[in-house]
Design a protein around this ligand. Structure first.
Ligand code: ZN
Ligand code: ZN
Length: 112
């Protein structure tokens, strides 16, 4: 289970870049457990080149590997989780309702 999760955080260009810490992955697994849903990581680590290729911000947290964008199955859970994280998460958080994605990172506490 954790193995599968670790792999889902790897850079999607295929370069294999993945320094995501196990305790960050544990947090994600904890959210799945708390809400009895499945979290699908849509973007985890990004190497500089891939970040650039997909139009990420220059200093995107994704290049630090303490970050993920995710959606959930069932999708209805995303809004509920987003409320929880918005209130309680001590790092960066943003919910993109139009894309059905939550961005979560361990940088400074930010909302945008
Ligand atoms: Zn890459
Ligand atoms: Zn993101």
């Amino acid at each position: 289970m954790i193995e599968k999760k670790v792999n889902s955080f790897a850079c999607q260009c295929g370069c294999g870049f993945n320094n995501t810490s196990l305790d960050f992955i544990d947090i994600i697994l904890g959210i799945e457990k708390k809400y009895a849903c499945c979290i699908i990581v849509t973007s985890g680590c990004r190497c500089r080149q891939h970040n650039k290729d997909i139009g990420g911000k220059d200093d995107s947290r994704h290049t630090y590997c303490d970050t993920c964008d995710f959606t959930t199955v069932p999708i209805a859970m995303l809004k509920i989780i987003s409320k929880d994280l918005d209130e309680n998460w001590e790092g960066g958080f943003h919910y993109y309702p139009e894309k059905n994605i939550i961005h979560l990172d361990r940088g400074d506490k930010r909302r945008w």
